[in-house]
Structure formats: structure tokens, C-alpha cells
Ligand binder design. Structure first.
Ligand SMILES: C[S@@+](CC[C@H](N)C(=O)[O-])C[C@H]1O[C@@H](n2cnc3c(N)ncnc32)[C@H](O)[C@@H]1O
Length: 230
């Protein structure tokens, strides 16, 4: 498939110079921001169904149209998959998959993660597929690993897989994991069968695709590796 999507362009060529300081600060204190009312309502709309299902949970955060959510429900047929995206516009474009158990939720991911964690939910797998890169250096705290929601992501546990067409983003994510004492690496991969619309677009445009995955325990709260800043 051909495409003409532009590569991520940034004045930032390597990992952000504030990465360690910002990640350590967040690991020392996760976000306590109260969740937005619309995400509380979205969480409550699926809460009973998730609890009743009794199935292992797979989260597909930043799911866009939910193409990956339906495909992941086929891949993880014994699980309940929840696709989360803040955009009603994108979610409305969802084309229902034939099989599998999945839900789509319009919500802010960070808020949803905190509510899920507080409810005692834990992820078996957590997919983070092509989050917005926020490529300007000043946007670092909007990236997943630069945000105060990063410790909550870690606390939800499971096998985490992040994908991006921006190498720097994935390398930063791996470095942030290392600061939390989790070993992971950024690696190139080929998307033989695209999991998402953005993956299809980027692969069709000849972009290199990067991913980072790691296995997190369910019972180990994230702590900064080595010493923490005070
Ligand atoms: C680049 S798109 C990728 C969508 C999909 N994963 C794919 O690969 O086709 C990033 C998505 O993240 C969503 N998003 C951005 N910030 C979000 C947030 N805080 N909470 C939930 N969704 C968010 C956007 O609405 C958008 O659909």
C-alpha cells in the first residue's frame, strides 16, 4: 500500500534533556488530578460489565477508530478488550469486528487508568499504538512517559507494547521504563498486517516503525530505580 504521510519532524534529535528529572519526579508522586466528569461517567458505564465478565483485561489506549481493538479482541479471544480514545469523532468511525469481546470508551486515558487502578483492575496486556508524538521539545510532558500518568500506567501492569513511527519517542519510553527499574528496548519492526489505521498509513508511506514492549508485574508498585530525587 502506498502513502504520502510525512515523517515526524522535530528539533529534538535524541532523548529529551529533562527526561530523567521529569520521570523521576512523577515516579516519586503520581498524578492526583481528579478525573474529569465525562471520564468518570464513561468509566461507570462499563464498570459493571467489566466486573461481571471475569475475563482478563486488555487495554487498547489511544485506540482511534478502534480498528486495533477489534483485532486485539480476536488475538486475545479469552480476554475482554477495552479501547479508549477521547475523540467521539474517531470512535464513531469504528467498523465492528466479527468476533471477540470488546468495548469502546470515549474517555481521557490518564483519567481512565486512575479510575481503573482505584477499582482494582489490572491489565494482562496494554497496547499504546501510535500515541500523538508531541514532537516539540516543549511538549515533552504531553508524551505518555513525560506525563504524570506514567506511574499509573506502570501500576496497571501487564505486557505493555508501545508503537510509534518516531524513534525518539520509543527510545524515550524505554529510558523512562529503565528509570522505573523495568528493562525494555526500542526495536524496529515490520507491520505485515497493520493493527491500526495509522500503522497502515505509516507503513504504506515507507516509514520505519518502532516498538517497545515489557512485562510488568501486577503487584509491584513503580518506584524510581536507584535513588529518588527529593
Ligand atoms: C495518532 S492517533 C492514533 C490512533 C490509533 N491508535 C491508530 O494507530 O490508528 C492518536 C489518538 O490518541 C487520541 N488521544 C490523544 N490524547 C488522548 C487522551 N488523553 N486520552 C484518550 N485519547 C487520546 C486521539 O484522539 C487519537 O485518536
Amino acid at each position: 500500500m502506498q502513502g504520502n504521510s510525512r515523517e515526524v519532524s522535530s528539533s529534538q534529535q535524541g532523548c529529551h534533556e529533562q527526561l530523567e528529572a521529569v520521570v523521576r519526579k512523577h515516579l516519586a508522586q503520581a498524578s492526583r488530578r481528579p478525573p474529569a466528569a465525562h471520564t468518570v461517567a464513561a468509566f461507570e458505564s462499563v464498570h459493571a460489565q467489566v466486573e461481571a465478565s471475569g475475563k482478563p483485561l486488555v487495554l487498547d489506549s489511544y485506540c482511534g477508530t478502534g480498528m486495533s481493538t477489534a483485532l486485539l479482541a480476536q488475538r486475545h479471544a479469552d480476554c475482554l478488550v477495552i479501547g479508549i480514545d477521547k475523540s467521539a469523532h474517531r470512535l464513531q468511525k469504528h467498523e465492528a469486528g466479527a468476533q471477540g469481546h470488546y468495548l469502546l470508551v470515549q474517555a481521557d486515558c490518564g483519567d481512565f487508568w486512575r479510575l481503573a487502578l482505584a477499582a482494582g483492575w489490572r491489565a494482562d496486556h496494554h497496547y499504546l499504538l501510535y500515541p500523538n508524538p508531541w514532537p516539540k521539545p516543549g511538549q515533552f510532558k504531553r508524551r505518555i512517559h513525560g506525563s504524570a500518568d506514567f506511574p499509573t500506567l506502570l501500576a496497571l501492569g501487564g505486557v505493555i507494547e508501545l508503537r510509534s513511527n518516531w524513534q525518539v519517542y520509543v527510545e524515550e519510553f524505554a529510558q523512562a521504563l529503565a528509570l522505573a527499574g523495568v528493562e525494555a528496548q526500542a526495536e524496529l519492526f515490520t507491520a505485515a498486517q497493520p493493527l491500526t489505521l495509522f500503522e497502515r498509513k505509516y507503513a504504506g508511506s515507507g516509514h520505519h516503525l518502532w516498538r517497545c514492549w515489557c512485562q510488568l508485574g501486577h503487584n509491584t508498585p513503580p518506584r524510581a530505580a536507584e535513588h529518588q530525587t527529593r
